[in-house]
Every structure is written in structure tokens, then in C-alpha cells.
Design a protein around this ligand. Structure first.
Ligand code: AMP
Length: 283
């Protein structure tokens, strides 16, 4: 029998739904999102659906991970179409708390993550970001008590940070990384792609093309420093301002000298006009 989608907006409604799944002995998978859902998010949902008996998707634009200068107020919000898409994927529960339910007055805790969260990549440009992510993800994990949590490889440093935090805090769940879903021309799907002008959208696939070409050259044992500096220039030539374009150890995200220090991952963040894009690839 079809169960239908439940939308919870209060802790009480959430507890009732999660408690029901638990007492029925169901396994639970959680896919945390900020809404404005696209096919990348739905890939998380589909893996969750295959992995567990019940699927919870959280939709919460987390103020704690935005700096005052960032796009919190303009971040795309498309709740009704998100719900329709999740219904079509047979999601059981959407957890969509208002800000004051997630962060009631007097809230005074921040989860301080290190390791992969402090390797001088995203953390250099968004110093508050992983603290905000870790705090809300820790709360989501406590609130929903999932057996599995789905995160995209698109946000690779975030995936490693959350995986580390879940292990360090003995949270009894498995974090599962989902490969990046892309447009036909290679651009990684992102809720922020709607910000791109037509000209920027046309330039954007350079990011992934450069990642792919650079990974192939490094795998063929060309010197990493040369490949990365030429890649940096190619990305700039397409009109981007590059924040970082680096080869790192795929697990620790520490710096590497040669391909033998691997497995390696190439990670990039670059701005096209007002829009900041990130992407990464395995070597
Ligand atoms: P967001 O709503 O942007 O916070 O993303 C929610 C989750 O979806 C995160 O785990 C992201 O890594 C993941 N995600 C975002 N874009 C993609 C994509 N193109 N492919 C796979 N996963 C993605």
C-alpha cells in the first residue's frame, strides 16, 4: 500500500514519524538538503530508497553556514516543486523545520571540526562554513537517527568532514557518498547554477573539462605542479576568478607532491561574475 509523504515542521511531528519507523523496526536513510532540488539531490534520494526501508529528506537553508556577505537571503527556494519531486520518488518524510525550531532563542553551540575541515581549501574562503555545516548536520543526525546518511561528492570536503565527524562522535550511522550528477556538457548540477547569465553558463563547463584533462595528465605522470598551474590559467582564460585549484590526497585532503602520494583528488572553486562554483574529480 502506498504510504504517502509526511511533511514535518515541528519537533513533535518529527518525533512522531521517526518513532513510528523505529518501533516498526524499519531502517532509515536521511538525505540532508537546502531545497531547490535538482537531479543531483534526487540521486541521493534514489540511493537512500534502495538502501533503507524509510527515506527522510531534510530541507533547511542553514543560516549558520552562510557568511553575512553570502547569498542566504537570495538562495533559491522552491518548496512546492521540491515536495512534488520528492513525492514522485516515494520519499516518506520531509523534515522542513522553521529557523526558530532548528535554532531556538539562546542556542549557543557550535560543532568545531578539524581534520578535513581545516586543510586550506573551502575553509580558507569560507571560514565559518564547516562549523555551520557540522552543527546542523549533527543536529539532523540526532533528530532523525538515520542508519544511513547520503551526501554528494560534489561537496567533497563537506563529505569528508561529515564522515569524520560521524565517526569521531560515535554516531551509529554510515555516511554514503554519491557521485556528482552533471549536465550533458559536464557542469555539475547545483542550486546556484540558476544565478549564471547565458554567457556565464556557456563558460561554466570549462571547470569540469579542465578537471578531467588535468586528472588524465597527472595519471599519465606529468608533474602535478605544471599541470595544475596550466589548468589554473585555462580556467582563468574562460573568465573565472579562481579561489583554488589543487591536487590533494583523496582521503585526508592533505597536500601531495607526486601521483605516488595518492589516491589523489583534484578540487576547484572559482567565481564567474557573482556566482561561486565548486567541483572535483578523482585522479
Ligand atoms: P545542497 O542542497 O546544495 O546543500 O546539497 C544537498 C546535498 O546534495 C549535498 O550532499 C550535496 O553534495 C548534494 N549534491 C548537490 N549537488 C549535487 C550533484 N550535482 N550531484 C550529486 N550530489 C549533489
Amino acid at each position: 500500500m502506498a504510504r504517502g509523504l509526511v511533511i514535518a515542521r515541528t519537533m513533535k511531528a518529527l518525533d512522531r514519524a521517526i518513532g513510528g519507523y523505529r518501533s516498526a523496526g524499519a531502517t532509515l536513510a536521511l538525505a540532508p538538503t537546502m531545497g531547490a532540488l535538482h537531479a543531483g539531490h534526487l540521486a541521493l534520494v534514489r540511493r537512500a530508497r534502495r538502501r533503507a526501508n524509510r527515506v527522510v529528506v531534510s530541507i533547511f537553508v542553514n543560516p549558520a553556514q552562510f557568511a553575512p556577505t553570502e547569498d542566504l537571503s537570495t538562495y533559491p527556494r522552491t518548496f512546492e516543486t521540491d515536495i512534488a519531486a520528492l513525492r514522485a520518488e516515494h520519499v516518506d518524510l520531509v523534515w522542513a523545520p522553521p529557523g526558530e525550531v532548528m535554532y531556538p532563542g539562546g542556542f549557543a553551540t557550535n560543532v568545531n571540526v578539524k581534520g578535513p575541515a581545516t586543510v586550506d581549501l573551502e575553509d580558507r574562503f569560507r571560514p565559518h562554513f564547516f562549523g555551520g555545516v557540522a552543527t546542523v548536520v549533527a543536529k539532523l543526525f540526532m533528530q532523525c537517527r538515520p542508519d544511513f546518511a547520503m551526501f554528494g561528492e560534489k561537496d567533497y570536503q563537506q563529505l569528508k568532514t561529515v564522515t569524520r565527524m560521524a565517526a569521531d562522535l560515535d554516531l551509529k550511522l554510515k555516511v554514503i557518498g554519491i557521485p556528482t550528477v552533471r549536465e550533458k556538457d559536464g557542469l555539475a548540477l547545483s542550486s546556484r547554477n540558476v544565478y549564471l547569465s547565458p554567457a556565464e553558463r556557456a563558460a561554466a563547463p570549462t571547470l569540469y573539462r579542465t578537471l578531467r584533462e588535468s586528472a588524465a595528465r597527472i595519471a599519465a605522470r606529468e608533474p602535478i605542479a605544471r599541470v595544475m598551474s596550466e589548468g589554473w590559467l585555462a580556467i582563468e582564460a574562460a573568465g573565472f576568478a579562481v579561489d583554488y585549484f589543487e591536487a590533494r590526497h583523496a582521503e585526508t585532503l592533505r597536500r601531495v607532491e607526486t601521483v605516488d602520494d595518492g589516491p589523489l583528488r583534484l578540487l576547484v572553486a572559482a567565481r564567474l561574475g557573482m556566482t561561486r562554483l565548486i567541483d572535483n574529480i578523482a585522479v
